[in-house]
Each structure stands twice: as C-alpha cells, then as structure tokens.
Design a protein around this ligand. Structure first.
Ligand SMILES: Cc1ncc(COP(=O)(O)O)c(C=O)c1O
Length: 404
C-alpha cells in the first residue's frame, strides 16, 4: 500500500464530511434530517444572475480555458464593486485575483506565504481552513482566543496578548468579520488597530470578508481595505457564496496588496486554470447589476433569525441577536456536557443537525452554531423538535440564562 504524504497527518477529513456521512445513514434509516449545520445558502441567486450564466453557457465560443487570473471584465467588476460598496479603489489589473471560491484562495495564500517554522495567527473559534491550510503548509498555528469585548456582542482577539516569541515568527494574521462562527461584527476602528498592529510587527493581515453582504436592518459591514494605507499590509478575500447565494458556483476574489496578489496568482497558475466563462459572467451580473434583491433576501434571513432566536431562548440557550451573517451562535443548554456530544445526541434524537462549537477550535467549547439556511416552515419544525427534546431531557427545567 502506498502511504500518503506526511503532511496528511496534519488534517483529518473535514468535519462536515463526517457529519454528512452520519446524516446520510440516518436518512437511509428513515429519519427526517433538517441540516442546520453547514452554511450553504438554500436560496437561489437573483434571476438576472442566472440569466447571465445561461446566456453565456449557450455560447459555443465560451468553453475554452479561462484566464489564470480571471478575465479582465470580471476583475473590473470586482474593482467597481469595491468602489461602490466600500469606497475602496483597487487596480483590477494588479490588485484583484479571481478565485474558485475563497476557500481555495485561503489554502493557496497559506502555501504561498508559509514555510515550516512560520506561524499563522488564527482566530479561535474560527473558520477551520485557516489552521488546516497552515498545517498542510508545514507551518505552526497560534490560536488567538476570541472573547466578547465589554458590553458588546463582538468576539474579538486581543492582539496585544500574542506572545513576543510567537509574533517574531508570525507571518499571517487572519481576521473574519462579520464572523463565522460567532456571527459578531467588528468596527472599522478595530480594523484600524489590526492594520497598525500588522504594520508594527511586519505581518500580513488577511481579512476574510465572506459575510459583508449579510447585514440585517441596514447594517453595512466594512472592508478592511477602507482603513487608509491598509493595502500596504493587507489583503481581503471576498466571496460570492454567501453574498449572492452562489456557493455552488465557486467564485470569489483576493483583493488588495499587489505583491501578495501576484504571488498567489503565480502559485495558482500552477494549480488551476481560471473559471468557466459563464460563472465569470454570473459574477459580473451579481457584482455590478441590481443589488436591491439583497434587501428582500435579508428580510427572509431576518425572519428565520428571529424565529430561531425566540425558540433557542425559550430553551434557555444564551444567544445574541446578530447584526450580520447567516448564523446563530448559541451557548449549549444548561446540563449539556460538551458541544460535540450534545450536537450528535440532538441529531440522533431529533434529526436536527447543528455544528458543535469545537468544530471551530477549542474555544468554541460550550457553544453550537445554527445556520439559517432552511425555509421558515422547516425551521419551525426543527425548533419544535428541539423544544420537545428539551422538555424530555430537562434542559428547560434547568435553564436560566437568557441573553439580550
Ligand atoms: C469565513 C469563511 N470564509 C470562507 C468560506 C468559504 O467560502 P467560499 O465558498 O468562497 O469558498 C466560508 C464558507 O463557509 C466561510 O465561512
């Protein structure tokens, strides 16, 4: 038997791969599974986006390889979007790189910048790919615990608490706001501090802006590139997956510092060969076309959010009402042992699949994440089942804390 490369010991199968297998087994056994685990949008993109995709797909001359860095038109569309949405000017020729979803970009940026012995500073809890990519690249990972700051619901890292010896080896600092999994947001003032910190310590700041378009009630998340001078030390990932309900199309961009963009592009040109033209056309339609449908989409997410918030609070789970993202980040109900056991027991007993907080790092212990990616009727069924299960297992009787 040929043995896998040593680096494979740094990662196991993704949590969702294992969870999906268990859900498939339960479904095969007849259980009606309601998956509120993975943040995969259930709603389609606006028709004008799909029409752009289909129009292009009908053209027989658009089936060749794409440009390595994305077509000039799609890079210009990202630049126009950054200008309109964030007031940020980026050069589409040198400061935008098309990605097949930001997940591959996260992996490739890590490979382009991390050597064995280097350190990646990653949020804990945080999107697992930051740490997995660093480990696969042979680098070390330093977990920055996220904690609630003051009275706010924002879960932020305390950058000044990172030890000096770690900082001396640190090359990348990952941030992600609006945040997965805590659903909290960060202010531009926090980004200013992060930019200044990275400048002071010679670290590349990488902001993963996957959820900027998912604000509720008029909340508009900032881009890190709005900080004056940020482009000297920072890049940002932007993804159309959650922004425009296009997760399956696999499209996003790396935006910002030209040297970083060039380096990641050089690596990627050895790995993949651009995106399908029809997906680029859909991305252009999404980025520079009508944006008004997003408000209606956010009304749907908000109804889902409010339904689930009320149900979880009735169960005694402490959970903040998020200003953005498609998630709720809730404390386990009183009496639950640990997040992995509780989520698995809940799945087996109710068919409702939630993500344990520890899927995002040790600091996620005591929490679970609920994705608002099912229609209201299904969420109602899911919440009813959780309430019934809670009554059976006495959480409700034990419950006490209800957060605002
Ligand atoms: C914080 C964060 N970054 C990146 C991604 C991956 O996005 P994409 O679909 O663009 O690869 C996700 C997906 O859930 C995410 O939550």
């Amino acid at each position: 038997m040929i043995t896998p490369a040593h680096r494979m010991s740094a990662v196991g199968p993704h949590l969702f791969a294992r969870l999906n297998q268990r859900k498939a087994e339960l479904r095969a056994a007849g259980l009606d599974v309601i998956a509120l685990d993975m943040g995969s949008p259930d709603l389609p993109p606006s028709p004008h986006i799909v029409e752009a995709l289909v129009r292009c797909a009908h053209r027989s001359d658009r089936y060749g390889y794409g440009e390595f860095t994305g077509s000039s038109a799609v890079r210009q569309a990202f630049a126009r979007f950054y200008q309109h949405r964030f007031g940020v000017s980026v050069n589409p020729e040198s400061e935008v790189l098309l990605l097949l979803g930001s997940k591959e970009g996260i992996y490739h940026l890590s490979f382009a910048f991390l050597d064995p012995g280097d350190v990646a500073l990653v949020p804990d809890p945080g999107y697992p790919t930051y740490a997995a990519a660093a480990r696969l690249a042979g680098a070390a990972v330093h977990a920055m615990p996220l904690a609630r700051v003051g009275e706010s619901d924002s879960w932020l890292p305390d950058l000044e608490r990172i030890p000096g010896d770690v900082l001396a080896r640190a090359k990348l600092l990952w941030l992600n706001y609006p945040n997965n999994p805590t659903a909290s947001v960060a202010s531009l003032a926090f980004f200013e501090q992060a930019v200044e910190f990275c400048r002071r310590h010679g670290i590349l700041l990488v902001h993963d802006n996957a959820y900027s378009e998912t604000g509720y009630d008029g909340y508009r998340a900032p881009s890190v590139l709005q900080v004056p001078g940020a482009q000297e030390v920072a890049v940002e990932f932007f993804s159309l997956s959650k922004a425009y309900n296009m997760a399956g199309m696999r499209v996003g961009a790396l935006v910002g510092n030209a040297e970083v963009v060039k380096t990641v592009a050089a690596l990627k040109s050895n790995v993949d060969t651009g995106a399908f033209a029809a997906i680029e056309e859909a991305a252009i339609a999404a980025l520079v076309g009508d944006q008004s449908w997003l408000q209606e989409r956010q009304v749907i997410y908000r109804q889902r959010r409010d339904l689930c918030l009320a149900a979880l609070r009735a169960l005694g789970c402490e959970v903040a009402s998020p200003q953005a993202t498609i998630y709720l980040w809730a404390r386990l109900p009183p009496g639950a042992t640990d997040s992995a056991t509780w989520c698995m027991d809940t799945l087996e007993a109710t068919g409702v699949s939630l993500t344990p907080g520890t899927a995002f790092g040790q600091n996620g212990e005591g929490y679970f994440r609920l994705a608002l990616t099912a229609p209201l009727e299904r969420l109602r069924v899911a919440m009813d089942r959780l309430v019934a299960y809670g009554q059976q297992t006495d959480w409700i009787a034990n419950s006490c804390v209800i957060a605002g």
